[in-house]
Design a protein around this ligand. Structure first.
Ligand code: ADP
Length: 778
């Protein structure tokens, strides 16, 4: 009973009751018995939707009640705001909550006053690197979805970060929440924690496979679907779920909703569009009216194609959900699904793991997805599929949940039963021993003082999951030595008789949150440019000058001297974009068939602009990488030359979200390159800064100032420029009718823009657009 919880604040029982929680779920009760409210380390491996969040809250609230401070580590940036909103309900009792994502270079000083902080593991790692003093005050850390230590990309960061936090404060309470996995006991061993390992679910789950017009369920039963002509399996399931059911006793069970998991954002959008026509005939007039209202709200969130597509689907009772949606969109979709207005949501697995959207049925339509490192389609893990399936069944509403995969042949039916329905989730394994991960984390561990010698470093690494899982003796030592050699050779570390010291460059790289290999590539590129760029102009120009016959010898000598000094404006933006695109911190675009020829041509045309020697074509892999980086760089160049989004998406075969992703990464890496230029005394900083701002706003050089005014952006900046307004100062002084015309008569926009440019009286009342200003169409 919630009245009998030791160690929690007095107000909590009433608060929980007001939320409909009178009794703890069994795994929650187990966690309390194991001491979660009394500072005990806990690993809780329990199924999706079985109340893990409350376990975390019990730990954090009791820690704060004892005068401490708690940190909640989320696996995805998109989940941070969600958790923040959830914990902010405690602010009415005087607790403060802060969230920290993004910007990896500050120490987040303001978070020092908060009782509960929510952050991603990358953010926490960067806070450690930047010596955030308040980290030592933490008394409780919660790691959500800790099974993701298995993730090759992000797992090592979580693993090392937990080890560092625990070293900063040896009394730190660690609470790790995990999906059901094969080896939860190992995680508990690693974290010196009590284990709560449970299969209990608040509502029964029936897993199965759809094949040949029927759902085959794990208890051996079959549920036949009525299929309308040429209907796809997913549509048939969605329609079947929408229909009311009458059981043997004549009880009517109202129609329900379906959650469909697919393998990409684009597929989620396409499936939602198609399923809208399945749902539409089942909507009542009242539902249609309400959905129209939500669709309008969705269009209000943003003025993009995604927004339009989402609104169109929602109006018909269907929706898509993925990490590329704006937060406002996600919230509207989740709410409408919970309110049972939206009847089907098509989602990608990434986000669905953390969002609380139970549904009568779950369809896992795609069980393979594109995996770059595998070079093709790869099957999802059992763990992922079970997490998706776990979203089936709404406690208190459904008798049980049903979750099915979709098979296209009888063989596949058997395979999917074997592979997923009967299978146990995989054990979680540390990925720390991968070189890129170790490179980054060893440098950071030395730079932030967690280890000052080779033996200290090994001792620190002994506290990781990796060390507790590996029994091959000497392996850790061997990779560590390789990495130390690499870091020393590239000037990041000094090694002296087993003592380790980060160089100034090493400290900068660690604080910038760069992979040391990226930093080495950038430094090499800048040095290459300093050696080569000036020389070319020095040899070209005197020839020309001599040709016109009027240059004296002394003038020639003078000119030669000037040309020997490198002109920083000579660096081509493409060269810089290529430089950052070939670092391991940038996900490059892949070369598609036919691309190779195109980019080989482009390479020979523009080789002079690149900051480094082109690898020989016999070094197959490096050459291919070089070309992929060029493709990525050209995308960035197009973006920074005001090529419109639609053309870019077609030219490179990417989605709008991908452009944004590349642009954000390039912005970050160019910012880091600017700092590195300072570190190695390069003259390139100004040119890098210009290239960075162009990418940030997606504009040519002449628009950089205008596009920096909030609310302007690349298209409006171009129109203002065409109307004769070249920069922020001119915008303030411009005639209002001209501004209004350039902004296509939109008064509200014009007022906003003028205000942001620092205009004293931005009002557009009574102003008419100047008819002489020609405005280009969209
Ligand atoms: P997950 O394990 O996926 O994090 P949640 O913590 O989101 O699951 O819990 C799922 C739902 O169960 C939430 O809506 C939550 O309010 C509800 N819930 C959690 N604990 C209890 C309880 N003891 N009694 C009733 N409902 C509960």
């Amino acid at each position: 009973d919630v009245a009998d919880l030791p160690g929690v604040p007095d107000w909590l029982p009433d608060h929980l009751r007001a939320d409909g929680i009178e009794q703890l779920y069994p795994p929650q009760a187990e966690a309390v018995e194991a001491g979660v409210t009394e500072g005990q380390n806990i690993v809780a491996a329990i199924p999706t939707a079985s109340g893990k969040t409350l376990v975390a809250e019990l730990a954090m609230l009791s820690a704060v009640a004892r005068g401490g401070k708690a940190l909640y580590i989320v696996p995805l940036r998109a989940l941070a705001s969600e958790k923040q909103a959830e914990f902010e309900q405690f602010e009415q009792y005087g607790l403060s909550v802060g969230v920290s994502t993004g910007n990896y270079e500050s120490d987040g000083g303001w978070l020092g006053d908060k009782d509960i902080v929510v952050a991603t593991s990358e953010k926490v790692d960067s806070l450690v690197r930047n010596d955030a003093p308040w980290l030592e005050d933490l008394t409780c850390v919660v790691s959500d979805e800790v099974h993701l230590v298995d993730d090759g990309q992000r797992g090592p960061t979580l693993e090392v970060t937990l080890a560092k936090l625990r070293r900063l404060n040896p009394d730190l309470q660690t609470v790790a929440l995990s999906a059901t996995i094969g080896n939860a006991g190992e995680l508990a061993g690693w974290l010196d924690a009590e284990l709560v390992d449970s299969d209990w679910r608040p509502i029964e789950l029936q897993k199965g496979v759809h094949y040949g017009q029927a759902l085959h369920l794990e208890d051996g039963s079959q549920h036949r679907l009525s299929v309308q002509n040429s209907e796809k399996p997913t549509a048939a399931i969605v329609r079947d779920t929408l229909q009311d059911d009458t059981d043997e006793d004549g009880n009517v069970e109202e129609g329900g909703s379906t959650l469909v998991f697919v393998n990409s954002r684009r597929n989620a959008e396409a499936a939602a569009g198609r399923l809208a026509s399945t749902v539409r005939p089942h909507l009542s007039a009242d539902e249609k009216a309400q959905l129209e209202g939500i669709a309008a709200e969705i269009r209000d969130v943003s003025d993009t194609e995604t927004s339009d597509d989402l609104a169109d689907a929602v109006k018909d009772g269907a929706a898509f959900h993925h990490a590329g949606l704006a937060r406002g969109h996600r919230e509207l979709v989740e709410q409408a699904f919970q309110d049972r207005l939206v009847k089907v949501v098509c989602a990608t697995p990434t986000l669905a793991a953390g969002v609380n959207t139970p549904s009568r049925r779950v369809v896992v339509r795609d069980w393979r997805r594109y995996d770059g490192s595998a070079g093709g389609m790869a099957p999802l893990s059992v763990l992922e599929v079970h997490q998706m399936m776990g979203r089936a069944g709404r406690p208190g509403l459904d008798p049980y949940g049903e979750a099915v995969l979709v098979a296209s042949s009888h063989d596949e039916l058997d395979e999917l039963f074997e592979r997923y329905v009967w299978a146990d989730p995989e054990p979680v394994r540390s990925k720390l021993a991968a070189e890129p991960a170790l490179r980054t984390h060893i440098l950071a561990t030395v730079a932030s003082g967690f280890a000052r010698s080779r033996s200290g470093l090994l001792e620190f690494l002994e506290q990781t999951l990796y060390a507790s899982q590996t029994d091959e003796s000497g392996r850790l030592e061997r990779v560590v030595d390789d990495v130390l050699t690499y870091l020393e050779r590239n000037g990041f570390l000094e090694v002296d008789a087993g003592e380790l010291d980060a160089t100034s460059l090493g400290h900068t790289v660690s604080r910038l949150y760069l992979d040391p290999m990226s930093a080495a590539e950038i430094v090499d590129g800048l040095e290459y440019w300093a050696r080569h760029a000036g020389k070319e102009t020095a040899s070209d120009e005197p020839d020309e000058a001599a040709a016109d016959g009027f240059t004296t010898a002394s003038e020639l000598a003078e000119e030669r001297e000037e040309n020997d000094a490198v002109d920083p404006d000579d660096i081509s933006a493409l060269g810089l974009y290529h430089l950052v695109s070939r670092t391991p911190d940038m996900y490059q675009l892949y070369l598609r068939s036919g691309d190779r020829e195109e980019y080989e041509m482009a390479l020979y045309e523009r080789e002079d602009e690149l900051l480094g020697p082109t690898p020989s074509e016999f070094e197959d892999e490096r050459f291919e990488d070089w070309l992929s980086a060029l493709k990525t760089a050209r995308l960035l160049e197009d973006w920074a030359s005001e090529v419109d989004e639609e053309t870019i998406t077609e030219r490179y075969g990417v989605g709008p979200g991908d452009i944004r992703g590349k642009v954000e990464t390039a912005q970050w890496l160019l910012g880091a390159a600017e700092s590195l230029a300072g570190e190695v005394d390069s003259d390139a900083a100004r040119a890098i800064s210009k290239a960075r701002i162009r990418v940030e706003h997606g504009v040519r050089a002449e628009l950089v100032d205008l596009a920096g005014v909030r609310g302007v952006g690349r298209k409006r900046a171009r129109r203002l420029f065409e109307a004769g307004i070249a920069d922020r100062a001119q915008l303030r002084d411009a005639a209002k009718p001209v501004v209004l015309a350039a902004l296509r008569g939109r008064r509200k926009t014009a007022e906003n823009v003028l205000e942001n440019a620092g205009h004293r009286n931005p009002s557009m009342e009574g102003v008419e657009p100047d008819p002489d200003v020609e405005v280009s169409e969209e």
